[in-house]
Ligand binder design. Structure first.
Ligand code: ADP
Ligand code: MG
Length: 369
């Protein structure tokens, strides 16, 4: 199956989609989103940010208040849910309790009028795809299975009719951590193997970053940024994304001047700093400087243009790293992660240090609206 890396073929397009349930509050705002054929796209956002509403509009459970959704260039407006032929997997499995596992899996095929014998063969292959090879499995009932097994059945039911697209709404939310992480890797492998377009809703950033080719980060019904996991981590475009994805230190700042992509700012105690700005900020504008804890270096070399005297407030020794909480540049809550090297003397509370980071390792972002 072709991967999505070489071909960026927009399969689904949301164009200026808005959604309100009560005619007053908009829960999806001006959504423009292209989903490529064969990609694994995660929709990531806190509870209430509009993710399920977006998935529901794609599935046909909900209708946009305005704007359009197209599949392969054709409007989906008049296509009812069952004719959209998307596979769907939800957190609560939604299996039929009175049917056997196999009957559950082949249900979509039987609805399409396929004979029991043909459907059974495809059902058997779907069971193998989700790694349920136990010969008696098909005859069991959902209540005789663990949560993880039930979710595999729901996945098999979504795969069985070889859909063009599979929609997932927090499907791993009810599973314990270990199982959830195992299923994340399996789903990722299944996606690679089958090449089917997958759209996966989650509020869990590590889940989105582990699994997806691209992640769309939502806040209050709007896309904040859509990018690969690495880009989101290294090049956040808004202060919201910078603090939502991974850990970041934030400093309030005021823009002094911009030159190309480098922006010079003054921090609140007047000290200067410079970093990369994804948008052009005007002198005098309020901004935030964000720098990841692992990008701050103790005793920096000369190529770190941002250098500060600091005092250690707290030391937390973890197996692979030491986390230092520092007082620096008038801000007393700065986290630094340094690798632990065995045999090195440890850090002490109250100890004075010089720390720094390169301009290219920090971002200057506009204030949140
Ligand atoms: P998420 O999946 O990101 O948690 P939702 O799309 O479920 O977000 O919800 C977005 C907003 O829309 C929330 O404020 C929620 O209360 C509201 N909402 C969702 N479904 C309905 C509905 N059927 N009727 C009215 N309000 C709804
Ligand atoms: Mg939801």
């Amino acid at each position: 199956m072709p991967g999505y890396d070489n071909v960026k073929d927009p399969l689904i397009k949301f164009h200026k989609v808005n959604k309100t349930y009560d005619g007053k509050t908009f829960v999806v705002i001006d959504l423009c989103l292209e989903i490529y054929r064969g990609e694994f796209l995660a929709l990531l956002g806190a509870s209430g940010s509009g993710k399920s509403t977006i998935l529901g509009m794609l599935a046909g459970f909900e209708h946009p208040s305005s704007g359009s959704i197209t599949l392969g260039g054709k409007s989906l407006e008049d296509t009812p849910t069952h004719k959209r032929k998307f596979g769907m997997v939800f957190q609560n499995y939604s299996l039929f309790p009175h049917m056997s596992v196999m009957e559950n899996i082949i249900f979509p095929l039987r609805m399409q009028g396929m004979s029991r014998a043909d459907a059974y063969k495809l059902g058997q292959s779907a069971l193998e795809l989700v790694d349920l090879r136990d010969p008696g499995m098909g005859k069991r009932r959902p209540d005789q299975l663990s949560g993880g097994q039930q979710q595999r059945i729901a996945l098999a039911r979504a795969l069985v009719f070889e859909p063009l697209v599979i929609l997932f709404d927090e499907p791993l939310g009810a599973l314990d951590k270990r199982l959830r992480e195992q299923m994340q890797l399996e789903l990722r492998q299944l996606h690679k193997r089958l090449g089917v377009t997958m759209i996966f809703v989650t509020h869990d950033q590590s889940e989105a970053l582990t699994m997806a080719d691209r992640v769309a980060v939502f806040d209050k019904g709007r896309i904040q940024q859509i990018a690969s996991p690495m880009q989101l981590y290294d090049e956040p475009e808004t202060a919201f994304v910078a603090s939502f994805v991974g850990e970041n230190n934030k400093f309030e700042a005021k823009v002094v001047r911009s030159q190309g992509e480098i922006c010079e700012v003054a921090l609140c105690d007047g000290t200067k700093a410079e970093g990369v700005s994804p948008s052009r900020l005007l002198p005098g504008a309020g901004a935030v400087l964000v720098v990841r804890p692992e990008r701050i270096v103790v005793s920096p070399t000369d190529d770190c243009s941002n250098r500060y005297e600091a005092r250690i407030k707290e030391v937390i020794e973890l197996g692979d790293q030491t986390r230092l909480r520092l007082d620096i540049a008038g801000d007393n809550e700065v986290l630094v992660k340094v690798p632990r090297i065995s045999g090195e003397p440890g850090y002490q509370i109250g100890q004075e240090l010089v720390v720094g980071w390169k301009a290219k390792d920090c971002r200057i972002l506009g204030m949140e609206q």
